[in-house]
Ligand binder design. Sequence first.
Ligand SMILES: Cc1cc2nc3c(=O)[nH]c(=O)nc-3n(C[C@H](O)[C@H](O)[C@H](O)COP(=O)(O)O)c2cc1C
Length: 210
Amino acid sequence: MSLIEDLQWRHAVKAYDSTKKVSEEDLNKILEAARLAPTSSGLQPFRVVVVENQELKKQMVKGALNPEVMRDSSHVLVFAAWDNYSAEKIDKVYDYHTDVRELPRGRFSSYTDQLKVIYGAQTAEENFAHTARQAYIALGLAMAQAAELKIDSTPAEGFSSEVVDEILGLKELGLKSVTLLYLGYRDSENDWLSKMKKVRIPMDEFIIKK
Ligand SMILES: Cc1cc2nc3c(=O)[nH]c(=O)nc-3n(C[C@H](O)[C@H](O)[C@H](O)COP(=O)(O)O)c2cc1C
């Protein structure tokens, strides 16, 4: 199947078969797609927390829009972004880049100095809005990879970030949850959306040609 067919196949699943689990092999492919996502300046300013533990999921549903969807999914991926940028974080990433590329540390310092000035002049909220945007790119790639594997998913912003951050101890890691991605296998009987047509605005309205 082509990528387009995979994207036509997928939908935001509204009911999962709680007896079906995503294999570790498939899960790793989905996580790898997220890890390979491009990010602004290559900083990868987010992490993906994998929650399979049913007890944790039960706690995380508090404040969720679709608690049963989260509960019955095989895994919950929590896309959690840096709560702020800092000179230390930027240096850590770029030291890693130069080490992997066998370049002298500081090779990119004229560039990272500019990043430190730009992010240093912004508020933590502005910087978090930027780190969160990077996480969404990974969310999209993870969904596309899941679809290619015929694994269902539901992106979900309908959850309490306070609850999830607290349960997963994200604050201590300098992270804040941005969005969730439920993974699993659809329960076609109970998933009201699975029988409906996919709706997108027409291409000629979506694309603005100049
Ligand atoms: C960032 C994001 C957040 C979303 N949050 C929720 C959510 O909390 N609950 C839900 O049922 N669907 C959620 N959705 C699913 C959208 O409603 C759905 O993707 C959209 O209506 C298009 O339908 P389709 O994905 O089935 O093609 C979210 C989608 C995105 C991209």
